[in-house]
Design a protein around this ligand. Structure first.
Ligand code: SF4
Ligand code: SF4
Length: 217
């Protein structure tokens, strides 16, 4: 049996392949006359709208980022109670807080949490941050959030240290002096005595494990 394909059949097959390839190239050429509309991947019909030039003319155009993305941190300092939880949880120690205690409650956050500690300093060094998001999850007042801002490049690394404290040097001195001179503070620093106003360090119950003697068989 002769399995040879005639030269004319091969010629026809080659012509058909060439036509298909060129048709695809030409269709892309037509689509590339305009840019793709920049839509979020979460939007309906995302995959049906992938026509046109994919290159984004950044910074004039930018691709929408997801709502749950992790980018630059922001602290709404008026809602911060300076609880220090974000500092403790940060794996790379990039949050620095300088607290000043207040003898009395001096305000409330937007969710009604009392404020008793001033933030003389609240710095986040985004140059060290690994964007794990842990600090935002432990924040009790949800004042620490990750924004959608991802382009905050700078020429100098120290410029990645962002300060959120809004107290003036004069206010800081006044608040420090007020706490230093307050009787509560004097009680707290009395040698050999614990701070009776500090509920967190109030006498903790001593844990004594109850060990039962082994029963005899
Ligand atoms: S995102 Fe992670 S690394 Fe960055 S400041 Fe928060 S806890 Fe620290
Ligand atoms: S965890 Fe939140 S409330 Fe506490 S110090 Fe950090 S930013 Fe402020």
């Amino acid at each position: 049996m002769d399995n040879k394909v005639s030269v004319w059949a091969q010629f026809a097959f080659g012509g058909k392949s060439l036509f298909k390839g060129l048709a695809l190239t030409f269709s892309h050429l037509l689509k590339s006359r305009k840019s793709r509309s920049q839509i979020s991947i979460q939007e309906e019909g995302y995959f049906d709208n992938q026509r046109g030039i994919a290159t984004v003319q950044y910074p004039f155009e930018s691709i929408p980022v997801p709502d749950n993305g992790r980018y630059k941190l922001h602290n709404e300092i008026e809602d911060c109670i300076v609880c220090d939880k974000c500092v403790k949880v940060c794996p790379v120690n990039c949050i620095t807080i300088e607290p000043i205690r207040s003898p009395e409650e001096f305000g409330k956050t937007s969710d009604g949490t009392p404020k008793r500690i001033y933030a003389a300093k609240f710095d986040i060094d985004m140059g060290k941050c690994c964007f794990c998001g842990l600090c935002t999850t432990v924040c009790p007042t949800e004042c620490l959030t990750m924004t959608k801002e991802y382009d905050f490049s700078t020429f100098d690394i120290p410029d990645h240290n962002f300060s959120f404290g809004n107290m003036t040097p004069q206010e800081i001195e006044e608040k420090k002096k007020a706490w230093d001179e307050h009787p509560k503070n004097k009680m707290a620093v009395a040698p050999g005595k614990s701070d009776p106003t500090d509920q967190a360090s109030a006498a903790k119950p001593v844990f004594k494990p109850r060990i039962k003697p082994p029963t005899q068989p």
